[in-house]
Design a protein around this ligand. Sequence first.
Ligand SMILES: Cc1cc2nc3c(=O)[nH]c(=O)nc-3n(C[C@H](O)[C@H](O)[C@H](O)COP(=O)(O)OP(=O)(O)OC[C@H]3O[C@@H](n4cnc5c(N)ncnc54)[C@H](O)[C@@H]3O)c2cc1C
Length: 476
Amino acid sequence: MLLNQPLKQKLLELLSPEQVLTDELDLKFYSYDSSFHAKLNRFFPEAVVFPRSTQEVSAVMRLAYEHNISVTPRGAGTGETCGCVAVQGGIIMDLSPWDTIEEVDVANMQVFVRPGVVHANLNTHLEKYGLFFPPDPGSSRMCTVGGMVSNNSSGLRAVKYGTTEQYILGLEVVLPNGDVIITGGQNSRAIKNVSGMNLTKLFVGAEGTLGVITKIRLRVWPKPKGRGLAMAVFDNLEEAPQAVLDVYRGGILPSGIEILDDSAIKAINMYKPEINLPNAEAILLFEVDGNPAGVEWEGQQIKEIVSRRAIKVEWATEPERIKSLWQGRSVVATAAARIRPDGSRIFAGEDISVPLNKVTECLRRIKKMAKEYGVAVVNYGHIGDGNVHTAPVINLDNQAEVEQVKKLTDAIHRLAIELGGATTGEHGVGAVRACYATAEHGEALKVMHRIKHTLDPTGIMNPGKLLPPEGDDYSA
Ligand SMILES: Cc1cc2nc3c(=O)[nH]c(=O)nc-3n(C[C@H](O)[C@H](O)[C@H](O)COP(=O)(O)OP(=O)(O)OC[C@H]3O[C@@H](n4cnc5c(N)ncnc54)[C@H](O)[C@@H]3O)c2cc1C
């Protein structure tokens, strides 16, 4: 049901006027996120609300439940999949202003935050305690912890530190009918806990389809004191993934292993010629952290192991030199658009994940397909866990190019499934990748639908995301 005037009035009875937006211009800001999908289609909500307490979230959900109105939770809107966009109208619940760090429990190595806390701000706050929250999305300075939990986000250090889910000890969640639950033990401050079904994991990565996360109990870690970086240059792409496996076989677990292929190297050198990366088929960056003596030892091991395949390896522990070696990787997302003067980088087919022993085949086939579809692409990513980032660069005003890139990105998603990987390694499913769910999950999809029905019987919670409509067969 669409939101009508009496219902808007009811919202204003639950919240103060500055917590409810209904003007068209205001709603426009909420009609998109960072995805290509949102560039092509705008989805206007009928209202945006800013609850600032669990009680307010619960009251809005009760109203929505009673009147069968869709509710879409939203953090900073940096998602790449239309996850936080109201694709079926209704209410957007913007949690980003609710950004309180409620408690740092140093003795128990955990923090309690409200969902709107920005990731980088949390880590700045934790620094004074010598602690950190390890997952590190590229959007760290913008994205919210609530969005990270809902997308199970990660970043280049997932190789060693894993994804957000590993750090979530418990959640406060408002269910679609307005009920409030606490997962992970209602009074628990334990780090280890196998009591009860693991409801925390159910909500992590559920992309706001099962409830609204209103409080997060996060595990934090001591911040490592040492850091080093090895840059390795390869004249043959095949050697780079092999070098990664060699390092693992050598008993070393770097905190991050990144790849830039020749397209990324070219884009970076065009964007900032002063970075001056060597022309090569691939560059790998191995980041190591830990105690300074251990870091130095591991760095020397990596240098020795990787030199057997690379044409050049440099190891650095000096902060200025690390920064300089890291420069290319840090600008690649922006630099990608430079490979053609009239092009824009789009986020579609940008986040597939493949088994480590399929990375070379994956990159070669993406390059070949891009050529066949006539689309310029730049490839980089977290090679240490097989998470490949492909950045298509197109002229968005050219409809023929838009159609070609849709075909290419569909083929990239299907390639991931064919190679035994996943259509998304970290950015999530949202409205754009639900169509691959049957091919990816088979019969398990039916169980996902049953869970959804149980928690959200009327289907008001972020509809049109994560799961395809029940009964649809997209596997063909
Ligand atoms: C430049 C750039 C770089 C990026 N790099 C990375 C990266 O390295 N790794 C990575 O994983 N992602 C990356 N992303 C994607 C995105 O930033 C992450 O998925 C991020 O965690 C989303 O956070 P957000 O606050 O913007 O959430 P939003 O985009 O606002 O929402 C994301 C999803 O979470 C749901 N949601 C938000 N808050 C709540 C809540 N309180 N309760 C229930 N559901 C909620 C929404 O409904 C939606 O489904 C990048 C994006 C950009 C633009």
